[in-house]
Design a protein around this ligand. Structure first.
Ligand SMILES: Nc1ncnc2c1ncn2[C@@H]1O[C@H](COP(=O)(O)OP(=O)(O)OP(=O)(O)O)[C@@H](O)[C@H]1O
Ligand SMILES: Cc1cn([C@H]2C[C@H](O)[C@@H](COP(=O)(O)O)O2)c(=O)[nH]c1=O
Length: 185
């Protein structure tokens, strides 16, 4: 069974594409931050309702992931798993916040390596337009530019599938995802 991860900046189309792929493969769809105890607290911080140090937030994402990996491993016994954000979100977003990369890698050293990572990119302005009005703390143009650059750096090192979604329909991107995943397998 395959563990497939979707990554990309806010508004790049991850949730849309991860759900379409999961449906196509009859796979289990899941996401981070999770709906668990720690994931719910993280979402309050992302909305700006609560505040903490950036290192504390990095630790919370890692703790949420520890819990999540149990579920992923259980599901992988019976089906493919498609995960909307994972470890690479921590590397891209938390280093862009100024957290030390080695610290992030250390606290995530338990993380199971995915079989395939699909990085969706988008023109930053288009991505922000797709998100509508309610903004979370990371949904700012300059910050997302930095995050996308970090993702592209990781993509080269880790051999991700990279698909640009700018000015492309959801169906067109979905076709591309299917074709590129087939090539990888
Ligand atoms: N290729 C596309 N063209 C136009 N709109 C799109 C495209 N893909 C997704 N959208 C729309 O953009 C919005 C955000 O999409 P989606 O939730 O999939 O992005 P995301 O990357 O998961 O965002 P976030 O990280 O903020 O959750 C949705 O309204 C979705 O329908
Ligand atoms: C897993 C993870 C997520 N983030 C950030 C990225 C996004 O801005 C939000 C999650 O929002 P989404 O709309 O559900 O995609 O959290 C992060 O900074 N670090 C992480 O590890």
């Amino acid at each position: 069974m395959m563990f497939i991860v979707f990554e990309g900046i806010d508004g790049s189309g991850k949730t849309t594409q991860a759900k379409l792929l999961a449906k196509k493969l009859n796979a289990f769809y899941t996401y981070e931050p999770t709906d668990g105890l720690i994931g719910r607290l993280i979402r309050e911080i992302l909305k700006g309702e609560k505040k903490c140090e950036k290192e504390t937030l990095a630790l919370m994402f890692a703790a949420d992931r520890v819990e999540h990996i149990r579920l992923i491993e259980e599901k992988l016994r019976e089906s493919h798993v498609v995960c909307d954000r994972y470890l690479y979100s921590s590397i891209a977003y938390q280093t862009s916040q100024g957290v030390d990369e080695d610290f992030i890698l250390q606290i995530n050293r338990f993380a199971k390596k995915p079989d395939v990572v699909v990085l969706l990119t988008v023109d930053i302005e288009e991505g922000i337009k797709r998100l509508g009005k309610e903004k979370e703390i990371f949904e700012k143009e300059r910050f997302l530019k930095k995050v996308q650059n970090k993702y592209l750096e990781l993509a080269k090192k880790e051999d991700f599938i990279v698909i640009d979604t700018t000015n492309r329909s959801i169906d067109d991107v979905h076709e591309d995802v299917l074709n590129q995943i087939n090539v990888k397998l």
